[in-house]
Structure formats: C-alpha cells, structure tokens
Design a protein around this ligand. Sequence first.
Ligand code: E4P
Length: 217
Amino acid sequence: MKFFIDTAEIDEIRDLAATGLVDGVTTNPSLIAKSGRNFLDVVAEICDVVDGPVSAECVALDHETMLKEGRKLAEIADNIAVKVPLTPDGLKTCRVLAEGGTMVNVTLCFSAAQALLAAKAGATFISPFVGRLDDIGQDGLSLIAEICEIYANYDFPTEVLVASVRGPLHVAAAARMGAGVATLPPNVLRAMFKHPLTDKGLAAFLDDWAKTGQTIL
Ligand code: E4P
C-alpha cells in the first residue's frame, strides 16, 4: 500500500518524507486555505520535495474552465495529479486530461457507482471519503471493499486512494481489502508507529542494557 500525506504544510511534508515512507501528497482547497500559502507556489514546493504524485484540485465547476485549470496545474511539474470532482463535468475533464497523459485524481466519491464512472473515465486515482461517510452514520470502509471488488472484476487500472482517513484502523482495514493507496493526515501516519507495548518493551530493554555497562559504539 502506498502512503500519501494529506496536507499542504510543507514542513510536515519534509519531516515525514524523511521517514522514507511517503509516496505522494494530496491537497484540497480547504488544506490550501489552512496553509495560508499561495496555491501554485505551495504545490510547486511540494512537488520539489516529493517524487510521487502530488494532487492539486481544480475549483471550476464547468468542463471548459476546469480543463484550463487542470492544464495549468499539470504544467507545474511532471508529478502533478490533477484533482477533479465526481460530477459530469469533472469526469469529462478527467477523460480529456487522462488521454493527454496527465494523472487525474477523482475526488469526493461516496458510492461504488460513482467509482465505477470514474474508472470508465480513465481516472488514475479514485478518492472515496471514508471518514465523512462514517461521520453521517454510514460505513466508509464497506465502500472501499465494494470499489476494490468492482475494480478487480474488470481489471480497471484506477487505483483506490482511501481518503478522509481518521486513524490507523482505517488504514489497516483498507490495506486488508487491497486498496492501493491511503492518504494520511500527518497525525495518522505518526499514530501508526505507536503501540504502548513498543514503548514499554523499549524502556525495559534499555533498563536491562544499562545494567550491563556495555556500549555498542
Ligand atoms: C484528500 O484527498 C481529501 O480531500 C481528504 O482526505 C479529505 O479529508 P477530510 O474529510 O478529513 O477533510
């Protein structure tokens, strides 16, 4: 499973990229607004730090303007994945960009039927929002299972990019289902390292090691 980082905070991206575990980055208009940075500048900076796909989202709703925005975003760097919403205009734009060789991430997916449309439109990634479905009392992870099953049935090359991830349990469950990518808020990636028995075991090992009076170096 590939891990993308779901943030536009460049310091966080640098810090986490240093772990060697980061395969890409996703942004959205809310994350850009939170960063307080110029959209095009911050996305270019992220593309310099991370080699893998960096999602940058269009904001126009009509196909013609969305396509212009997508082409402009795609010019920023070779690793840009243009993000379009799961609407008829979004999928029309997806088709044109994909046929021109641009990676496309179709976002705001909340049903298996929508995911099927995105795959047929040639999306590189489909972003089902697990946490937002959980928030309204639906089972976000069931959607991941449905999409993985459908894509496998037809050998669609579109990658399932699990989005709106709230914690490590979402990630592990989606990985069991075979989802190709999860985009993680920085705190979720950090939380994945944690287990109380790891901390406890490490403290005990170091205590015992100190008793030996030895050093390795
Ligand atoms: C990523 O591409 C999505 O925009 C993001 O995961 C949404 O997450 P949220 O539901 O926490 O805002």
